[in-house]
Design a protein around this ligand. Structure first.
Ligand SMILES: *[C@@H]1O[C@H](CO)[C@@H](O)[C@H](O)[C@H]1NC(C)=O
Ligand SMILES: *[C@@H]1O[C@H](CO)[C@@H](O)[C@H](O)[C@H]1NC(C)=O
Ligand SMILES: *[C@@H]1O[C@H](CO)[C@@H](O)[C@H](O)[C@H]1NC(C)=O
Ligand SMILES: *[C@@H]1O[C@H](CO)[C@@H](O)[C@H](O)[C@H]1NC(C)=O
Ligand SMILES: *[C@@H]1O[C@H](CO)[C@@H](O)[C@H](O)[C@H]1NC(C)=O
Ligand SMILES: *[C@@H]1O[C@H](CO)[C@@H](O)[C@H](O)[C@H]1NC(C)=O
Length: 656
């Protein structure tokens, strides 16, 4: 029974102990949870206790709402808190702050701002009725307080004039030396304020947050607090601003009455908020990033604009349907990649490309020095775009840039006739005949089937392109000319390819239907004989194709000239027809050559070809000393795709 009562007494005692502890000691890290009274500028809204804001000459207070009773006590207390002072300006610290113990009868709201730290005012300063103990953390030397230091810690009793003060510093135990400390350093600083009631000694010690409590205090002052404190005292903080402001924070606070305050766990002490102060660096960074982006964008834009730059003039408007943008061609050829080159020559290169809709194209890039003549050239091209014959390589359009013309053609899968005849896979007899007939009908269309006479002027095997069905298509109109029917064309220069040029072309500069017919005649011989018109490496009698076939004809052995690669697989009648027709077209006398209309009819066997006597007829090619044939053919044979201009010799004919 007695045991039970004892236990009950013990329990009651234990409970009262807890209550006493609750009232007389606390630890705060988040001040929103602390039961604080705040006024003025003070706030706890983000968990930190902030005494001041940007207002000038204002005060802020915060204190524990419940007073502490010192009845029957020795007035011993111990407190530890973490503070930070963040001045708004670089050169000035602003005013200071203070830890304050005051009786309820004093209303701190009447404490003046600026150097009075929100504690006293002119009226009540240095009055014993104040009953105020404060430890000031002062960052401004003020005349009212008779101070000389901008960075000091002082013990104040009833007056802003400290009973004792020292410049802020701490004793570094590791080296046994005092180190100075800047209060308004924007760093978190820990401070210990301890009063030993027995020995009547008040110690004030401070150190940077991470440093353990120094062995020696900064201030150690003998004070009899029983003469100052009343039975009930409030514990808290006061801060003030002047014209110069600082933000004052309390970031953790521990207090105990009659014993040692619990040491703060620095890991729980909040950091300072990110500086709200100067946005200039950020603005500068943002501005420079924006400026950089604008400049980079501008460079990219200029680069792109330059990369895709085109030349476009008023007179071209009518051709806009045939106009391609350079960007389109650039993308289609993957930036004119080397592995897309189909052929190359003096004029530039031909690239394989693919449009967005999957259409295969061949893009010929012609570089040209002068702009003059461009207008006529483009006019021709555009007209060419309107020519429509299934044996014509379709020109799909063009694009103009500075110093450069781009021609867009349909892509011919099987390359050129020259490739197939002389280098590549062999063509069967029927394929050869089919190609010849196709080209013939195309030339007939150009000469007679259209409003104007179109002379191609460069008919040869390498300008005949083959589509997927091995239809022969006439390409490269780079040398083509247009003129009204009945008019005669006055050539200013002689153009063509040796071996396909009729003698009168070089001797008189003539260009008419008959000169195209001559070239077509040589083409027919090329197809049947499977060799080039001029092959210098052959024996003397065989060098020139026309002369060699004529010699076969004179021997009565015309079929000897048929391509041996055919191995005899050919139609004798057709071969005779093509050879004879080729020879008829290749006569030196233009009057004796048939028209393309006749030729087409002979080929379709609608008409019988006229008789030709190899003994009386004259054949031959012009002797042109200017440019040797070999170089051109050698260059030509090295290239795969039907060349456009590359094996075209331009012979200047100035004297006319
Ligand atoms: C500072 O705090 C006071 C009191 O809360 C308020 O009236 C004032 O507007 C604040 N000043 C600034 C600059 O935030
Ligand atoms: C204080 O002590 C006195 C005697 O020493 C006693 O009479 C009084 O009740 C005590 N007061 C409190 C609040 O403990
Ligand atoms: C102290 O306060 C005065 C008046 O507000 C000011 O001129 C001075 O710059 C301040 N000093 C510091 C160190 O803040
Ligand atoms: C404060 O008051 C006491 C007398 O009450 C006086 O001796 C002392 O000089 C005063 N201190 C100041 C700084 O005015
Ligand atoms: C105050 O500091 C002195 C040394 O300066 C020391 O002897 C004393 O114990 C300290 N008092 C407390 C309460 O820490
Ligand atoms: C350090 O400062 C304390 C308090 O101001 C002082 O008592 C002590 O003598 C100083 N120690 C050194 C080594 O300067």
């Amino acid at each position: 029974m007695a045991g039970a009562i004892l236990w009950m007494l013990a329990s009651v005692h234990a409970i009262s102990m807890v209550l006493a502890q609750d009232g007389n000691q606390f630890v705060h890290y988040d001040f929103r949870k602390a039961d604080l009274y705040v006024d003025g500028m003070a706030s706890t809204k983000d968990g930190r206790l902030k005494l001041t804001n940007s207002s000038k000459r204002a005060t802020g207070h915060a204190f524990h709402r419940t007073p502490i009773s010192f009845v029957n006590s020795s007035f011993s207390f111990s407190t530890e808190f973490v503070f930070a002072i963040v001045p708004e300006e670089r050169t000035s610290y602003g005013q200071g702050m203070a830890f304050v113990v005051f009786p309820s009868i004093v209303d701190l709201r009447y404490g003046a701002a600026t150097s009075y730290l929100g504690l006293f005012n002119r009226g009540n300063d240095n009055k014993t009725e104040n009953h105020i103990l404060a430890v000031e953390l002062d960052t401004n030397a003020s005349s009212e307080a008779l101070e000389e230091s901008d960075n000091h810690v002082g013990i104040d009793v009833n007056s802003i004039v400290s009973v004792e003060s020292k410049d802020a510093s701490y004793f570094d135990d590791t080296v046994g030396m005092n180190r100075s400390l800047v209060l308004a350093s924007k760093q978190r600083i820990r401070i210990w304020i301890e009063y030993d009631g027995e020995n009547r000694l008040l110690n004030v010690t401070l150190a940077p947050l991470e440093t353990p409590k120094p062995r020696l205090p900064l201030l150690s002052r003998s004070i009899d607090l029983s003469k100052i404190f009343k039975e009930q005292m409030f514990f808290g903080f006061a801060g003030s601003t002047g014209t110069i402001r600082s933000h004052q924070y309390i970031l953790g606070w521990s207090l105990a009455i009659g014993g040692k305050a619990q040491s703060l766990d620095i890991s729980q002490v909040m950091d300072l908020p990110r500086p709200p102060r100067n946005h200039l660096p950020l603005i500068l960074v943002v501005a420079s990033v924006v400026a950089f982006l604008i400049i980079a964008g501008g460079i990219v834009y200029l680069y792109q604009r330059n990369r895709y730059a085109e030349v476009f003039e008023q007179w071209e408007l009518q051709y806009s349907p045939q106009r391609f943008s350079f960007r389109t061609l650039y993308k289609a050829t993957r930036g004119f990649k080397e592995n897309r080159v189909l052929g190359a020559g003096g004029f530039g290169k031909v690239y394989r490309g693919e449009l967005l809709d999957g259409t295969q194209i061949a893009v010929k890039r012609v570089s040209h020095g002068a702009e003059q003549g461009m207008q006529e050239y483009v006019a021709e091209i555009a007209t060419m775009g309107r020519l429509a014959h299934r044996n014509l390589v379709q020109l799909r359009g063009y694009c103009r840039r500075k110093g450069e013309l781009l021609l867009v053609y349909e892509y011919m899968v099987n390359g050129s006739l020259a490739d197939r005849l002389f280098d590549g896979d062999n063509l069967s007899w029927s394929q050869r005949v089919h190609i010849v007939k196709g080209v013939s009908s195309c030339l007939h269309y150009l000469h007679e089937g259209w409003g104007k006479v179109v002379l191609h002027r460069d008919i040869k095997a390498s300008n005949i392109l083959l589509d997927e069905n091995l239809n022969g298509k006439l390409g490269d109109f780079g040398l083509a000319i247009f003129y009204d029917r009945g008019a005669t064309f006055e050539a200013t220069r002689v153009v063509g390819t040796i071996g396909h040029m009729a003698p009168e072309v070089t001797s008189m500069g003539v260009a008419n239907e008959a000169t195209d017919v001559y070239a077509f005649g040589v083409l027919m011989l090329e197809v049947v004989c499977g060799r080039r018109p001029v092959e210098p490496e052959r024996s003397p009698g065989q060098k020139i194709l026309v002369e060699w076939v004529a010699s076969c004809g004179r021997r009565g052995a015309l079929l000897d000239s048929v391509d041996i690669k055919l191995a005899g697989n050919f139609e004798v009648d057709e071969a005779m027809l093509l050879l004879k027709l080729g020879m008829i077209c290749s006569q030196i006398d233009p009057q004796r050559r048939p028209t393309m209309k006749d030729i087409t009819e002979y080929l379709e066997q609608k008409k019988r070809i006229p008789h030709i006597s190899f003994d009386t007829a004259e054949f031959g090619i012009p002797i042109v000393p200017l440019i040797s044939d070999e170089t051109v053919t050698a260059q030509g044979s090295a290239l795969s795709f039907a060349s456009f201009l590359y094996d075209t010799i331009t012979v200047l004919f100035r004297g006319r």
